[in-house]
Design a protein around this ligand. Structure first.
Ligand SMILES: [Zn+2]
Ligand SMILES: [Zn+2]
Length: 452
């Protein structure tokens, strides 16, 4: 039985594009009592792998926390895999505002001590005694109450690109640090103020609200489903957004735009910008904000040191980072002296600029195409390629794309196709089809039909 990934992220990305399917990015969590997290993990892996579900999931004795990418056509089947567990019956799946077929490229399910690193000793208080859940409309209303204190329970790199107006945004790197800081800061308002909290998807507030009630806060409220769900309700109900900027997310997208306001600056030149980058140097991987111009000039690096390092021979780079804990391509959440325009703690309440909407969030021009098959054989002199059709069909007059590591991407229109030695109008699955090409075909080349 396969219980782990066998494909690399690159192979998976190509497969997703070849399949041409639409994928949904979603997240969910549930606190529950799970007796055997290892078995739970393996059962989920088997069920989800079969559905082509990808993502980053943590399971623990206390429950499950999942961020995932699911083929749209498998959504109901996926939901059925959750419904077999009593504690996930009717669970709310937080759908992302902006979908990206490459948001996750692996299925990683890890057994952890906790589903969120909160540093709390749960034995000492009742974790089920949580705050009042508020929907977007109610959340907007309570924010208008002068007796409300609103706290952002995310970290500095998250609140920097977007937050609720007038929120307290603790200058912390982890959730666990923010709990005692806020407790101390609001010591004298345990009874007279509404303590209103929010986070990305709601999971951190589930624990934080129980903690603050235990600390003696009388009026504790939390945003149901977090910013992700708030944004969805804004769209559905046409509500005003009291959140400004971008919602940072932990997948390859690194953020979803909630409003057009840009509230942060490029960390290198100070220009209004809210695009996070993961420093190109494998020995660094610092997460920071970088504008397109600085990205080009600095080649995705956070500092001139990192820029020098990436131009060194690979052996020297590896030698330099030996012994350093930087994780495997996962970004590092620290700060750097080099970044002059990094802000945390007190953040601006107004926009510095307005975002231009890119057509595609990965800013890559997408050609709609469907995979037909792979090259079977090539004839050097005649410049003829032979392909086996494995999917869809090929018709004379079709515009095709031939793609491969050496060939690159070549587009052409087919006027003449031959199957079994005879010219034909259409080739179907299983047919070996030959046609002329103005270049040399390689055995690893793939042929796609371009859909206009
Ligand atoms: Zn810049
Ligand atoms: Zn760096």
């Amino acid at each position: 039985m396969q219980l782990y990934n066998t494909l690399s992220a690159e192979e998976r990305a190509i497969m997703i594009d070849d399949a041409g399917q639409q994928r949904l990015t979603l997240s969910f969590y549930a606190y529950a009592k799970i007796e055997d997290p290892k078995k739970f993990r393996d059962d989920l892996f088997v069920a989800w792998n079969a559905l082509d579900a990808l993502g980053r999931i943590y399971v623990a004795n206390e429950g499950i926390n999942a961020q995932m990418s699911i083929p749209e056509e498998n959504l109901e089947a996926f939901r059925a895999t959750l419904e077999v567990y009593d504690f996930m019956k009717g669970i709310r799946l937080n759908e992302a505002v902006e979908h990206d077929d490459h948001s996750f490229l692996k299925l990683t399910i890890k057994v952890r001590h906790k589903i969120v690193a909160d540093g709390l000793n749960d034995e000492t208080f009742d974790v089920t005694n949580i705050g009042v859940h508020l929907k977007a409309k109610e959340f907007n209303e309570i924010l208008d109450d002068p007796n409300t204190i609103v706290v952002d329970f995310r970290n500095h790199y998250e609140s920097e690109v977007g937050h609720f107006k007038n929120a307290i945004t603790p200058d912390v790197e982890t959730f666990r640090e923010s709990l005692p800081i806020i407790n101390e800061q609001l010591q004298n308002h345990k009874e007279d103020k509404n303590l209103v909290m929010y986070c990305t998807g709601g999971i951190r507030c589930e624990k934080a609200s129980a903690y603050f009630k235990h600390q003696g806060f009388k009026n504790v409220y939390q945003l149901e489903g977090g910013i992700i769900n708030y944004a969805k309700q804004l769209k559905e109900e046409g509500l005003e957004s009291k959140f400004i900027g971008k919602n940072f997310v932990f997948d390859n997208r690194l953020g979803e735009r909630i409003t057009d306001d840009i509230v942060s600056q490029c960390h290198q030149c100070g220009k209004p910008c809210d695009n996070h980058t993961n420093c190109e140097n494998d020995g660094c991987h610092l997460l920071f904000i970088q504008c397109d111009e600085c990205k080009a000039a600095m080649e995705n690096c956070c500092s001139t040191e990192c820029l020098e390092i990436i131009h060194m021979p690979l052996v020297d780079q590896v030698r330099l980072r030996t012994g350093k804990q930087v994780g495997n391509k996962v970004f590092r959440k620290g700060k750097s002296e080099n970044l002059k325009f990094k802000h945390s703690g007190e953040l601006p309440e107004t926009a510095l600029a307005t975002a231009q909407k890119p057509a595609d969030i990965r800013q890559k021009i997408k050609v709609k195409k469907v995979l037909l098959g792979k090259a079977e054989h090539y004839y050097v002199k005649a410049q003829v390629g032979q392909f086996t059709i494995e999917n869809h069909e090929l018709n004379s007059g079709d515009k095709i794309l031939i793609s491969g590591p050496t060939t690159g991407e070549q587009e052409l229109i087919l006027n003449k196709i031959i199957v079994d030695g005879a010219e034909t109008q259409s080739a179907k699955i299983g047919d070996k089809v030959t046609f002329e090409v103005p270049f040399r075909i390689r055995l690893s080349d793939k042929v796609y039909k371009i859909l206009e």
